[in-house]
Design a binder for this molecule. Structure first.
Ligand code: CA
Length: 221
């Protein structure tokens, strides 16, 4: 899961990034509204955390522009304390949820997870497919009820495949969600992670459609 955190207060930005990374999200930060608008318009994120008071372009304008351009990424808006007007404006501009400052990082993470789940069209934290169970709250994967020990990177890859289990995912999209675009990774880095996961999970879990990408096999083992 790839997240953009837009916040011009460097201390809050660092805390938000650390909390989201700790929760298994690949997080990029941005401190300028105009740059945020460009990133949201050109990159593919699973969630954007957006402060409203920003240099360059204010957060509400950024959000309105994304929505006007057809960008449907879930957006969690950070508002100043007690300003209900900002919350109303944020929701009218297309925010999916808001969090008044100051907030606990635990609440930010809980809301971020809920938004990503909702966007994936599935309500709960547990996702079962074939013999596999993904728990997005505990960030665990179990095969036939037995927990599988995964690295953070392996978990992110499995979570992305399971939450998008209705389609074949191109390697470029997986790489983007795993590493972000700032890291120029080779496709064989992805193949190495997939190979490790197949060793851990056994056959019949991650399928390959040659020339197209990877998918989660639905049938029971
Ligand atoms: Ca600000």
């Amino acid at each position: 899961m790839r997240v953009l955190a837009v916040e011009d207060d460097p201390r809050i930005a660092a805390d938000v990034a650390a909390a989201l990374e700790g929760a298994g999200f690949r997080t990029e930060t941005c401190a300028d509204g105009a740059e945020a608008w460009f990133l949201g318009d050109t990159e593919s994120y699973d969630l954007i955390v957006l402060d409203l008071g920003l240099p360059g372009m204010d957060g509400l304008s950024v959000l309105r522009r994304w929505r006007a351009a057809g960008c449907e990424v879930p957006v969690l808006v950070l508002t100043a304390r007690g300003t209900w007007q900002e919350r109303v404006e944020g929701i009218e501009a297309g925010a999916d949820d808001y969090l008044p400052k100051p907030f606990r990082m635990e609440e930010l993470v809980a809301r971020a997870r809920a938004l990503v789940r909702r966007a994936a069209g599935r309500g709960g934290a547990l996702h079962s497919v074939g013999d596999l169970t993904l728990d997005t709250n505990r960030m665990t994967v179990a095969a036939r009820g037995v927990p599988v020990s995964l690295t953070a990177l392996e978990y992110r890859l499995m979570a992305y495949l399971v939450l998008n289990r209705d389609r074949v995912i191109p390697p470029t999209e997986l790489l983007e969600h795993l590493y972000g675009d700032d890291d120029a990774r080779e496709a064989n880095a992805l193949e190495a992670v997939i190979a490790r996961l197949r060793r851990k999970l056994g056959p019949g879990v991650i399928g390959t459609r040659r020339g197209f990408g990877y998918f989660i096999e639905e049938q029971d083992g």
